[in-house]
Design a protein around this ligand. Structure first.
Ligand code: ADP
Ligand code: MG
Length: 231
């Protein structure tokens, strides 16, 4: 059995349906989907230690099975540049979580490398009751939230279909480079689409998957946040 399917069984056994970001990113790594470097700290001292070993700038995020949208509860601090900011960020997040969701069970603090700004894209999967898993692609932020500029394909998708998906969104010209924005690494996006397709095909227990955002660069890409919901 693959590590991913073992993990899914374990999560379901524990009475959960949604994976922690650490778990979702571990699954991504198994499938060759690039993610930001991360470590899960259990207290403030360890958070500092891990921040030093990953290297600044870093991002801190709350890890709790009771918190799905981390920034909604003040559970994310980006752009931490030194030890003092690690400590204040840690306390800030813990205070916010206590205020917004005092009953939340805290697993720890996620310490991760801060991905440099890039073109933000999203890759998702939902399950169609008739056709099974479908893949979604779009550019992040307003493009998906306001303009609903996204495209879908029934999985599995092959390389040609993945390339078609990317070319189909209205914001596609932005990926080709625009004013001071360099062209994005389309091959890296295609690879993520193919690997996500394999991930959802191999694991029918996945109900929803959301890689949002993925930072795409001139060379390479990095998933900054990953969510996986199980049946
Ligand atoms: P949420 O659970 O609220 O969706 P995210 O993990 O997506 O939390 O973090 C919120 C936002 O913070 C992201 O959309 C992204 O803009 C930024 N962010 C999070 N992690 C990183 C990172 N490692 N590098 C750069 N930006 C990040
Ligand atoms: Mg997010």
């Amino acid at each position: 059995m693959s590590k991913a399917s073992q993990l899914f069984k374990q999560v379901i056994k524990g009475g959960r349906k949604s994976l922690l970001e650490t778990e979702a990113k571990t699954v991504c790594m198994e499938y060759g989907i690039p993610v930001t470097k991360f470590k899960l700290a259990k207290n403030e001292t360890e958070t500092l230690k891990f921040a030093m070993s990953i290297g600044f700038p870093i991002v801190l995020k709350i890890v709790s099975p009771d918190i799905i949208h981390k920034s909604d509860v003040g559970g994310v601090v980006v752009g931490i540049r030194n030890a003092r900011e690690v400590r204040s960020g840690y306390r800030h997040i813990m205070d916010n979580v206590k205020k917004h969701n005092p009953k939340a069970r805290i697993v720890g603090m996620l310490v991760q490398e801060m991905a440099p700004a890039g073109t933000e894209v999203i890759v998702g999967s939902i399950k169609d009751p008739q056709f099974g898993p479908a893949l979604m692609f779009g550019l992040g932020g307003v493009f998906v939230e306001v303009l609903k500029d996204v495209t879908f394909r029934i999985a599995p998708v092959n390389e040609d279909e993945a390339a078609e998906m990317i070319g189909e969104v209205k914001a596609y010209p932005l990926l080709k480079g625009y004013r001071n924005m360099p062209p994005a690494d389309l091959k890296a996006i295609i690879k993520i689409l193919l690997n996500t397709s394999k991930l959802v095909m191999d694991n029918p227990e996945i109900k929803e998957l959301d890689l949002n955002p993925i930072m795409v660069y001139e060379k390479g890409a990095k998933t900054v946040d990953a969510r996986i919901i199980l049946e």
